[in-house]
Every structure is written in C-alpha cells, then in structure tokens.
Design a protein around this ligand. Sequence first.
Ligand code: SAM
Length: 288
Amino acid sequence: MIDNPEDTTGATPHHDTAIRSYYETGDVDAFYDAVWGGEDIHVGVYAHAHEAIADASHRTVEHAANNAADLLGPHATVLDLGSGYGGSARALAERFGCRVVALDLSEEHNRRHRAANARRGLDGLIEVVTGSLNELPYEAERFDVVWSLEVLSHVPDKESALAEAVRVLKPGGAVVFSDIMMAEATPAEAVRPAISRLSMPTLATPSFYLDLLSGLGLKDVDFEDRTADITTHYARLDEEVHRRAAELRDVISPAYVDELLTNLPLWTDITRRGLLRWGIFHARRPAA
Ligand SMILES: C[S@@+](CC[C@H](N)C(=O)[O-])C[C@H]1O[C@@H](n2cnc3c(N)ncnc32)[C@H](O)[C@@H]1O
C-alpha cells in the first residue's frame, strides 16, 4: 500500500488512501493484465456475448469519444480523470492527435501509463499527473473535454467532483463519463456484498447524475443507457476467471483468485437481476 503523506489535495484523504490500497496491489494489476487486457479498466461495449473483454473495453473508448468528436483535434486538450493505465488517453491521442492531461491517484498506474505512452511514442501528447479529481490543480476553463470512465463510483463526494470537472471545462466544452450505478429502486444493501470487495462508497443512479449535470448549468444533457453491457461484462469476467482459474493461480495469488471466484458470481447475479445500471453521460457547457 502506498500512502502518500505529501498528498496536498486535502480531499477525503482516508478514502484516497483506501483507493490506492485497493488498486496498488500486484494482484489487482495482475488480474487486470491477465483477464481485462491491461489497457482499459472499465465495462466493455460488446459486439456479441462472447467477445474478448479487452476488445469490448476498447470499443467503449471509441464509442464514448464519438460524443465529443466535433471538439477533438490537434488543437484540443482533454482532461482524463482517473486515467488508470492510460487506455483512453492513448486511444484519444492516436485517433484525434489531441493532447491529454491524465490524472490519477495511483502512482503505480501512472508509472505503467507513462511507460506504455513511451512505448507507443505518445509521451509528447500525454501528460500523466498524480493527484485527486476532488481538487484539480488547473485554472478555470482550460480543457475542451473532461473525460472519466468508471471512476466516480469510487468517489464519495460526486457533486463536488463534477463541479470541479465543469469548472475546468471551456465554454462550449463537453463532459463525457461512464459509471457503474444502481437502478433507481435498488436498496444499497442489495448490492453491498458484491461491491464491498472494491473501494466503492456509494453508487449513484442515472437520475442523480442527470439532475446534477443540469444543476451545474450544462445543456444537451444525455445518458446513453447501456445496462445490457454491464450484464455481459460481468458474465464474461466470471466465465473467464472460472475457466482459467488454474492458470491464473500462477500469476495472481491463489487467495485473490479464490476471492474473485466468490465475488464475480455476486456481480453476475446483481446485474442479471437488473439492480445495477451502466452507460455513458455526455453534456455541454453553454458557449460564453
Ligand atoms: C476502474 S479504474 C478506471 C481507469 C480508467 N479510467 C479506465 O477506464 O481504464 C478507476 C481509476 O480511478 C482512479 N481513482 C479513483 N479515485 C480517484 C480520485 N479521487 N482521483 C483520481 N483518480 C482516482 C484509480 O486509481 C483507478 O486508476
């Protein structure tokens, strides 16, 4: 676990430490490498129910980026909040030639992210920064697009996180994000056994985000409901880990594989029962 005493973000330091301790273990990285593809860590957009998890996860980036394609090009800068291994940052920089400022709490993810950028010759376009999205070290109205895939479920104060995202967005700019949410009528206790393995304090609902985005003064607020994809995604993760359990025990600690074998069926169950929602939000800051 890495607890950075010099972290000056000041925002929810205990939770930030918990997030680092969840993500910065060799087991979690090994799981994301072996099962998820080691590039993207988010729900996939599936072409069919048996598709490779890495391919579907990559499609999520391409699909979400279509929302803001009109704003992106060599002149544009994207802020990627909770950038993980940098799958989004590299895909956006390669597709649009844009600059990306990629911010993540995890030093380990950032180290891997920088190394992958250098291997792909993208380190000139992507700046990787260690910090918390709760308090962004940027002046107002700096970015053309603020982007975040599957990070807000880890953040206790989602209102202030999105207010910060809007503060740094240029007039006319777009916010694009995805998140794992609960269905409107789902009691929090019903999903707790599944999500307790991850560092997720509370899950939002689609209407919570839609109201929040409108309340922040954004326009063209849109939610593309792709809940069917999270059901496929957890079924695929569950299937892969069960099928490859013996092989995975060589690269991930056996105790962690056992934890996955117990936990992933809970996710399969709550997604099949319609207790979770997933999709992509997109909204625009009115032009000045
Ligand atoms: C599920 S991963 C998603 C990574 C990446 N967005 C992707 O789609 O591949 C969540 C990431 O959010 C980061 N994270 C969680 N809370 C954060 C915070 N408050 N500030 C910045 N990063 C955070 C974690 O370190 C982790 O890399």
